[in-house]
Design a protein around this ligand. Structure first.
Ligand code: SF4
Length: 480
C-alpha cells in the first residue's frame, strides 16, 4: 500500500525505544534498535540519554544512519536512554516535532518519545497555557510533557503518570525518561504497539519486537493496554503498574496488515503468520481462477503466498511468482508531496516481468488500497505487459474513513472506497475483478474479538470522540 499522504503535526506511525543497562552506554543499543524500526519513520531520528547527572539529546532530520554520527553517540552519555524515529509528512518537513522531546522542568528532566495521536490536544494545551505553560512546538508530545511535568510537582512518578493518563485521550505508546528512569506507557486501548525485551545486561522497550531481536535480546511480552512499565536504571529488572482497572483494547489491525515488520511479534501474533493467514482467508472468501498469483512487492508478499498455498491445497493449482520487480533505490511513494510525483514514482519503482505475465490470467495481491493510485497503475502495467486478465485481491477490508488514531493515511476525499462500492472501485482501477477481505476474517486471523480491535478506518466508528471532527459521518459500509 504505497499510496499515502501525510498529515503534518501528529506523531504518526513512529517508532519508539527505551533502554536501561547495568554498566554500558545506552546510546549505541538505542541507535541499533532505531535502525530496526526505521520502517516506522524516516523524517527524523533522535536519542536522549541520562548519565545520572544530566540529560543529553541529539535530534536530526533524516534516516537514523544520517541523523546520528559516531561523534553524537560518544556525546550521548549514560546507561539509560530513549530513541525515536519519526514518520515523514507530505506537506514539508516538520522539524518542530522531531523527537525525543527533551526538556527540564522544576520537577526534573524529561524526555518523551511518542507514537500515536492525541484527540484532545487543543483542550489540554489551552488549559496548560492558562496555567502559565509556554509551548515551543505544535506537537502533541510537548503537551504530554507539560501535563506530566505539572503532575510531577505534587505526586510521585507513578501517580503523576496515572493523572496524566487520565487527562490525555487518544493513542499513545510512549517511552519516557524522567531523570535517569526509563518508562514505557501504552494507552488504555493498546492502540499502538509496545513491547518489553530482556538483554544480557538490561531491558529494552520498543515499538516492535524486531528491535529486541536486533539487540540479541529476548521478547518478554507486550506492554499491556493501560500499563506503565518502569525499568530499573541499573538494568536489573522492571516494575509494572496497571493504571487502568478494566482496559478495553482497541488494537490497530493495520499494524499487522501493513505497518509492522513481518518478523515482529505484536500482541502475541507473529505479523508474517497473520499476513499468511489473511491471504489464506482471502482465497477462501474470494478465490478466483487464474494462472499466476503475484504479490505487490513488498507489502503483498506474505498475503499472496498464503493465498496461493490455500488455492493449491484446495485443488485449484496456481503458480505463485514474482511478476513485478521493485527498484529498491526509489523512496517510498508516500514521501512524494504531489499526486503527479506519486504517480511517476510507481512507474519508477515497479517493473513487470513480462514472461510471468504475458498471455496469462493474473491475480495481483496486496494488503490494502488507500487512494487507488498505485492499484490503477499496476493493473495498467500488467495489461501493458500482456496479461489476459487482472484480478485484484486485497488482504484487508475497504478503507472508508480517515484514521484519527495516529496512522497517516489520507483524507476522506482522497480515499477511493470512501464513497464508492467495490464494483465502482474495480472499474476505477481497471481490474477484471476486485475483492477485499472481511473484517471478520481479520479478527479471526488476529485471534481477537472484533470488539478488541480498532476498526475506525473501515467502519467510521472510532474508539474515541475526535475533537473538531464529525466522526459520525456516514461511510459506505464494507461490502464483504
Ligand atoms: S482507524 Fe484504522 S489505521 Fe487508525 S488506528 Fe484504527 S485500525 Fe488503525
Amino acid at each position: 500500500m504505497p499510496d499515502r499522504a501525510g498529515l503534518a503535526g501528529a506523531t504518526e506511525k513512529c517508532g519508539v525505544v527505551g533502554v536501561a543497562l547495568a554498566d554500558r552506554e545506552a546510546a549505541r543499543p538505542v541507535y541499533y534498535a532505531m535502525y530496526a524500526l526505521q520502517h516506522r519513520g524516516q523524517e527524523s531520528a533522535g536519542i536522549a540519554t541520562h548519565d545520572g547527572f544530566q540529560q543529553h539529546s541529539h535530534v536530526e532530520r533524516g534516516l537514523v544512519g544520517d541523523a546520528i554520527s559516531e561523534a553524537d553517540l560518544t556525546d550521548l552519555r549514560g546507561s539509560t536512554g530513549i530513541g525515536h524515529v519519526r514518520y515523514p509528512t507530505s506537506g514539508g518537513l516538520n522539524t518542530c516535532c522531531a523527537q525525543p522531546f527533551a526538556v527540564s522542568f522544576k520537577s526534573g528532566s524529561l524526555g518523551l518519545a511518542h507514537n500515536g495521536n492525541l484527540v484532545n490536544t487543543d483542550e489540554l494545551r489551552a488549559d496548560l497555557e492558562a496555567a502559565g505553560h509556554a509551548f515551543t512546538s505544535e506537537g502533541d508530545t510537548e503537551v504530554i510533557a507539560h501535563e506530566l511535568a505539572r503532575n510531577l510537582l505534587d505526586a510521585d512518578l507513578v501517580r503523576a503518570v496515572k493523572r496524566t493518563m487520565d487527562r490525555v485521550h487518544g493513542s499513545y505508546s510512549l517511552t519516557i525518561m524522567h531523570d535517569e528512569a526509563v518508562l514505557g506507557l501504552r494507552d488504555p486501548l493498546g492502540n499502538r504497539p509496545l513491547c518489553i525485551g530482556a538483554l544480557d545486561d538490561g531491558y529494552v522497550l520498543a515499538s516492535e519486537s524486531a528491535a529486541v531481536d536486533a539487540l540479541d535480546g529476548e521478547l518478554v511480552r507486550d506492554v499491556r493496554p493501560g500499563e506503565l512499565v518502569v525499568l530499573d536504571p541499573d538494568g536489573s529488572g522492571f516494575d509494572s503498574y496497571r493504571l487502568v482497572e478494566e482496559p478495553e483494547p482497541a488494537h490497530c489491525f493495520f499494524e499487522h496488515v501493513y505497518f509492522a515488520r513481518p518478523d515482529s511479534v505484536i500482541d502475541d501474533s507473529l505479523v508474517y503468520e497473520v499476513r499468511r493467514d489473511l491471504g489464506r482467508a482471502l482465497w477462501r472468501e474470494s478465490g478466483v481462477e487464474a494462472d499466476v498469483v503475484m504479490p505487490v512487492p513488498d507489502s503483498g508478499r506474505a498475503f499472496a503466498s498464503g493465498y496461493a498455498e490455500a488455492a493449491n491445497e484446495e485443488d485449484a493449482p496456481v503458480e505463485f511468482a514474482e511478476g513485478l520487480m521493485k527498484n529498491r533505490y526509489v523512496g517510498r511513494t508516500f514521501i512524494m508531496p504531489t499526486q503527479d510525483e506519486r504517480e511517476r514514482a510507481v512507474r519508477l519503482k515497479l517493473n513487470p516481468i513480462r514472461s510471468t505475465v504475458a498471455g496469462r490470467r493474473v491475480t495481483l495481491v496486496d494488503d490494502s488500497i488507500v487512494r487507488g493510485t498505485t492499484s490503477t497503475q499496476l493493473v495498467e502495467l500488467l495489461r501493458d505487459a500482456g496479461a489476459d486478465e487482472v484480478h485484484v485481491r486485497i488482504g484487508a477490508p475497504p478503507i472508508n474513513a480517515p484514521c484519527y488514531m495516529g496512522i497517516d493515511m489520507a483524507s476522506r476525499e482522497e480515499l477511493i472506497a470512501a464513497d464508492q462500492s467495490v464494483d465502482e472501485v474495480c472499474d476505477e482501477i481497471g481490474a477484471d475483478s476486485l475483492a477485499y477481505l472481511s473484517m471478520g476474517a481479520v479478527a479471526d486471523a488476529l485471534e481477537a474479538e472484533q470488539t478488541g480491535l480498532c476498526t475506525g478506518c473501515v467502519t467510521g466508528e472510532y474508539p474515541y470522540d475526535v475533537e473538531g471532527e464529525d466522526t459520525d459521518r456516514e461511510v459506505v459500509p464494507p461490502e464483504v
